[in-house]
Design a protein around this ligand. Structure first.
Ligand code: LMG
Ligand code: NDP
Ligand code: PMR
Length: 399
């Protein structure tokens, strides 16, 4: 099985020219080279090294003594004050936009170690560097959500690193508004729903175990949602509108062959597929809450961070749109937020002690104060959430 060396490299080794055994980490990331056995052996020792480094990096925030990865709360002599180790948060799609801004905001507090789960190692390394993130505050690991094998590999690699998991942020997404025909993930699911929903669904289901094992005082699983999936808003009524219908396309596997590539079974529409995927994200968060909150104490939340009109999300849109969209949002809808501001919002959902309520879809008002928002009828339909969960389990091979 191909192990990508770079996927476990702590930031202190970011963008290295040569791997330990003369294997270029850069090359193995770019070309996905399989590693030979002896190098794999070194790779797992790099996992242990990773653990050691993490333990050093997460040394209790206010402690004078060196802390270990666990327990989360330690007593530090001589004052006997309780101290908290660094939190350990995985953020998918942290190589740009909201994910990067959140990583940056959390890194700046000095209280978090961020695992940037990204499909493009070099892009993530450059992004972290240009965001000014200190090396001891992050680790980059490879994750391509458009491949379920990659999701499973990521989970294996993460576990091998022996870092704890305190918070998982499912943030990555693709938006393909101009695509005329559907494109597909490695397993043959339409790319937007396959990446934004199904990839994250498998990741979150697998990592739930790791979250349960964390001894951090506030464990959280966050799935980024959006206003455009909510038809109880103006933005959610701009055509094409989200609508999962009776889920016949999802049931059929979204493969565009013997079934539609769209969840509702209709004709392919890239903008609708994205909005549908966001509805799935918001339904999944609530279903997690119903199934696991009481038993695990984990906080499950979703959010609309505001319209971050400048991110890479719109890279596939026509140039005219990319030019007009930011001023339109800034001056007409006034829904615009900068990447920095949006990153601070998501960072609050990760770490703010006042945002521990589970099952909530957070939004922010004009003065940037958070509030519990209402989801549309479809995005809060418990019966639909259960069905999406059950079908998704089958599609990703969990049932
Ligand atoms: C679909 O179209 C796309 O087909 C699909 O690919 C995908 O992108 C999907 O939701 C995503 O949208 C949606 C459709 C909505 O189309 C558009 O919005 C196209 C916009 C194209 C913009 C070109 C117009 C250029 C005009 C320039 C004007 C300059 C603005 C300055 C104004 C200053 C005034 C003081 O279409 C609709 O639903 C139509 C509804 C129309 C409602 C109009 C509401 C008024 C808002 C003000 C308009 C401002 C226009 C700016 C456009 C910015 C881009 C969004
Ligand atoms: P960006 O395009 O800037 O960021 C998306 C991230 O997802 C990138 O890091 C991208 O990686 C990553 N990604 C895409 N496909 C994959 C994949 N197959 N595997 C792993 N990572 C992948 O967009 P935003 O920051 O705007 O979007 C972040 C989240 O915010 C999304 O969930 C989006 O729905 C949500 N959102 C955005 C809003 C906005 O106005 N921008 C509004 C509401 C919600 P790479 O860098 O390699 O391309
Ligand atoms: Mg929308 C209050 C009004 C509002 C807000 C907050 C958004 C957010 N949008 C609003 C209004 C409008 N938009 C109106 C009136 C129009 C018609 C001109 C409009 C159009 C529009 C388009 C074409 N808006 C868009 C698009 C996109 O392609 C974006 C999209 O739907 O991506 C899926 C988009 C968005 N508008 C938003 C937000 C947050 C987006 C990005 C969507 C997301 O990330 O979920």
């Amino acid at each position: 099985m191909a192990l990508q060396a770079a996927s476990l490299v702590p930031a202190s080794f970011s963008v290295p020219k040569e791997g330990k055994n003369g294997v270029s980490l850069k090359d193995s990331t770019l070309f996905g080279l399989s590693l030979s056995e002896p190098i794999k052996a070194d790779f797992s020792s790099s996992a242990l090294r990773c653990k050691r480094e993490f333990q050093q990096k997460i040394g209790a925030v206010r402690a004078e003594t060196v802390a270990t990865a666990s327990p989360a709360v330690t007593k530090s002599a001589p004052e006997g004050k309780k101290t908290l180790r660094k939190g350990s948060v995985v953020i998918t799609g942290a190589s740009s936009g909201l994910g990067l801004a959140t990583a940056k905001a959390l890194a700046e507090t000095g209280k978090w170690h961020i695992i940037m789960a990204c499909r493009d190692y070099l892009k993530a390394a450059r992004a972290a560097k240009s965001a000014g993130m200190a090396k001891e505050n992050y680790t980059i690991m490879h994750l391509d959500l458009a491949s379920l094998d990659s999701v499973r590999q990521f989970v294996d690699n993460f576990r091998r690193s022996q870092m704890p998991l305190d918070v998982l942020v499912c943030n990555a997404a693709v938006y393909l508004p101009t695509a005329k025909e559907p494109t597909f993930t490695a397993e043959g699911f339409e790319l937007s729903v396959g990446t934004n929903h199904l990839g994250h669904f498998l990741l979150a289901r697998l990592l739930l175990e790791d979250l349960k094992n964390s001894d951090y005082p506030s464990k959280r699983l966050i799935i980024v949602g959006s206003i455009t999936g909510n038809t109880n808003t103006l933005a959610g009524n701009v055509p094409p509108k989200a609508n999962l219908g009776d889920l016949r396309g999802l049931q059929g596997g979204l493969n565009g062959l013997n079934s539609s590539a769209m969840i509702d079974g209709g004709d392919f529409d890239g903008a609708k597929a994205y909005k549908d995927s966001k509805v799935c994200n918001m339904l999944t968060m609530q279903e997690f809450h119903r199934r696991y909150h009481e038993e695990t104490g984990i906080t499950f939340s979703s959010l609309y961070p505001g319209c971050i009109a400048t991110t890479g999300l719109f890279r596939e849109h026509i140039p005219l749109f990319r030019t007009l969209f930011p001023p339109f949002q800034k001056y007409i809808t006034k829904g615009f937020v900068s990447e920095d501001e949006a990153g601070k919002r998501l960072a609050q959902v990760v770490s703010d002690p006042s945002l521990t309520k589970s099952g909530v879809y957070w939004s922010w008002n004009k003065t940037s104060a958070s509030f519990e928002n209402q989801l549309s009828q479809e995005a809060s339909d418990a019966e639909k959430a259960r069905k999406v969960w059950d079908i998704s389990e089958k599609l990703v091979g969990l049932a």
